[in-house]
Ligand binder design. Sequence first.
Ligand code: PLP
Length: 400
Amino acid sequence: MSQSLHRYCEERLATIDAAGRMRRRRVVEGSHGVLIRVDGVDCLNFCSNDYLGLAADPRLAAALGEAASSVGTGSAASQLVTGYNAEHAALETELADWVGRERALLFSTGYGANVGTISALLGKRDHIVADALNHASLIDGSRLSGAAKHIYAHADAEAAEHSLRCCESGHTLVLTDSVFSMDGDTAPLNRLADLATEHEAWLAVDDAHGLGVFGQAGAGRVAEAGLGSAEVPLLMATLGKSVGAAGAFVAGDHAVIETIAQSARSLIFSTAMPPAVAAAARCGVAISRAADAERAHLHALIARFRAGMVRQGLSLGHSDSPIQPLIVGPETLACALSEALLADGFLVGAIRPPTVAPGTSRLRVTLSAAHDAAQVDALVAALGQAWQRVVAAGSQATGS
Ligand SMILES: *Cc1c(COP(=O)(O)O)cnc(C)c1O
């Protein structure tokens, strides 16, 4: 007789706890904007993906409320049954127009979009050439497809080319994030597009952190790089980050998108997002497209934060995006820094294994157009002080 599930889980939890890796969900009361109340404490939020400050925008809330009062809350079925509402259809048209593709296909989550799309298009005879730091949803989609995986060193186009030379049978998909979620740096998109063309491979880019932030009218990092559907036939992005709503989409030529709609299991066997959420997303898309002033403000804050960190003697990686990681190393130090900042009223996430490689635990600062310069300056000062107290003092004590 095997041990009970209860006992088995107790042991698993004890192992996680002993490794100092127990994750705790903090309870947010009220909205998820810049001023946030977490576990009963008011703080400044530097820990979200709300790059344009739309998650708590009253215009989106009004769009959601109005749609809910006319169409209700539930879509009540999969898109392919009776769940596909006029709000979804209109959103898809607007998204395709925004990113410059023939069509877009909605999914309820970015995770589902990536898992469904990759496994719909690739199979056992095929190859996937993927960046080592791709988002988990791209990794899981690749696993589910059964294709042979070739992982190349992060953002290294030479290494990608080396992998491409090994792919002979079937089709080959080159798969990358545009802006990497834990490092904030950007894939060599133009170089990867050239390589994909040269090796007759398909290129898929997840622009979750690029949409709304980069490119003309916020059309994303792929658009900014001048890459259309000939170069990037599969473009994914989410609606829960800069757009301020929820859900995701994949965009491309008609035949590609229709094939995914016919075969992606995460679409077919999942209830469509509530139409009212699609209405909120439509509002978020319209605002994002027109948000040039907010984008300029956001990029100015990013530059201000980076300059401030240099003055504090703290070095950041190569990121021009709202994601600004400060690599600390040991996870205990990253957690201690995060706690010290929270005590000062700044919410900054500590990212540690298994999300990132051991020894690269970090504070992941994210900036939003909803922040102001004074808030960023205050964070820089608090970070400098916390670093002195926690990291510098700690390494003196141990003599290292
Ligand atoms: C957030 C994210 C996703 C997942 O999107 P959800 O809508 O949150 O499921 C996928 N890819 C990348 C790169 C992301 O950052």
